[in-house]
Design a protein around this ligand. Structure first.
Ligand SMILES: Nc1ncnc2c1ncn2[C@@H]1O[C@H](COP(=O)(O)OP(=O)(O)OP(=O)(O)O)[C@@H](O)[C@H]1O
Ligand SMILES: [Mg+2]
Length: 222
């Protein structure tokens, strides 16, 4: 009970004021502000996004730990969720001059919780952007096998060493080789793994240090 009060406190009392800050900043940025003021507003926008990301992670962890996640399974268009995720991350990719290519197979609607799956996709694609040098390419592919609907997100980034690979998806894991300047809480893939497993699916990570990482999401087919 206390936990679910905590969750609603976070979701309501922290997210709402932050959303208001973001909308005020966006409004001011849109109205021809220039010079140092515009730079400051852009900085506030960036920090607000970071804060929003942390609040969302904490909220999701709290929901996971209180087993307060109810799947809302509906027939969903996976490719469309991928497109929507890419659109929301386009500014981040653009800042690093990272190109996102897609090769999406025609799929029937799939039974899933579109909100959780989109959350998972955003976390994976955000990692691919965060942990890649600028000027690289991210390739996102969907295809179908007899048993699975597979989504593959492949980057040309820093990669993860073989020794560390087994720790990916553990709560608070962050690779030792990642520069301190790249911020994160080590919760993203823990949540992804949890959300995918709630769907009886599987998350696989293949990586070669300094070459890149492929994250594969397998959802049951039918
Ligand atoms: N595509 C990737 N390429 C290289 N390393 C990665 C990639 N994705 C994840 N990692 C490594 O795995 C760690 C855990 O990722 P995860 O998304 O769980 O946490 P995070 O990105 O550090 O923080 P956040 O909770 O904000 O997502 C990262 O810190 C990074 O070291
Ligand atoms: Mg992450």
């Amino acid at each position: 009970q206390m936990k679910s009060n905590f969750i609603s406190l976070i979701s309501h009392d922290l997210k709402n004021p932050l959303a208001k800050i973001q909308s005020v900043v966006a409004r001011n940025l849109a109205s021809s502000v220039e010079g140092p003021m515009a730079n400051d507003l852009t900085a506030i926008q960036k920090y607000s996004e970071e804060l929003d990301h942390y609040i969302r992670s904490i909220l999701n962890i709290a929901r996971v730990e209180s087993q307060n996640i109810k799947l809302n399974i509906v027939p969903s268009d996976l490719n469309q969720l991928i497109d929507a995720s890419i659109i929301s991350l386009r500014p981040l990719a653009h800042d690093k001059n990272i190109k996102i290519d897609t090769d999406l197979a025609p799929l029937f609607l799939t039974e899933m919780d579109p909100i959780l799956i989109k959350e998972a996709l955003i976390n994976i694609i955000e990692n691919a952007i965060k942990y890649s040098p600028s000027g690289t390419v991210i390739a996102i592919k969907t295809f179908e096998t007899d048993l699975h609907i597979v989504t593959e997100i492949k980057d040309q980034g820093y990669g993860i060493s073989e020794a560390e690979l087994q720790k990916v998806g553990q709560k608070f894991f962050r690779s030792a080789s990642v520069p301190d300047s790249i911020k994160g809480s080590g919760l993203g893939l823990f949540l992804v793994k949890y959300f995918i497993e709630l769907h009886s699916g599987k998350m696989e990570v293949v990586s070669i240090l300094n070459q890149g990482t492929t994250v594969r999401i397998k959802l049951p087919n039918g």
